[in-house]
Design a protein around this ligand. Structure first.
Ligand SMILES: [Zn+2]
Ligand SMILES: [Zn+2]
Length: 184
């Protein structure tokens, strides 16, 4: 598969838009709350085949959180730092989804799609399965490559996440739910 533009992977034809009330979407949200290690961008996934959940996963590896005060990072992220430097040099800053490989906390290997798939030892059960993703509305080139390689047939997302305000609300809710959980 040839790497295409970020805009290509954001096209609505590639995704099924599902309501937040969908039971698998609710489950994906729960997985994000339980497993995501990135409060700035929490994403949860369940993979469903024939109506049965066969895998789940969430994004992050704690890198951003560990490097909050590190040099050459912004909010723990090398990519944000690079983007800022580019901007200061009068160059275009990085687009959403661009140069994930420049930061260990942004790398596709810690994306929810790949982490969920990695956990499955018998990849054949993923053939013709459906990915439900809560927290984001498109998947990057690398995740598509991995999903295609195991035969994922459909990717369901919540279209509201295109709206920045909706994303902010979700982050706030995530923080609240996390806090409640840790009190227990
Ligand atoms: Zn990063
Ligand atoms: Zn990805």
């Amino acid at each position: 598969m040839q790497e295409k533009s970020i805009e290509f992977y954001q096209r609505s034809e590639l995704y099924s838009y599902v309501d937040t009330s969908d039971r698998f979407m609710k489950l994906s949200k729960q997985v994000a709350v339980e497993e995501s290690l990135t409060p700035v961008f929490p994403i949860g996934i369940v993979i469903v085949r024939d109506g049965v959940v066969v895998a789940k996963g969430a994004n992050g590896n704690g890198y951003h959180e560990k490097n909050l005060n590190s040099e050459f990072h912004i909010k723990g992220c090398k990519r944000r730092y690079l983007s800022k430097k580019l901007e200061e040099a009068g160059k275009p800053k990085l687009k959403s989804g661009e140069k994930f490989e420049t930061c260990p906390g942004c790398d596709y290997k810690v994306h929810a799609e790949v982490k969920a798939i990695e956990k499955v030892s018998d990849k054949s059960i993923l053939k013709d399965a459906v990915v439900y993703m809560f927290g984001h509305w498109w998947s990057c080139f690398n995740c598509w490559e991995v999903m295609n390689s195991v035969g994922i047939k459909e990717v369901c997302v919540v279209e509201d996440f295109k709206d920045k305000q909706f994303q902010v609300k979700w982050r706030e809710e995530f923080a609240r739910l996390k806090a409640t959980k840790s009190q227990k």
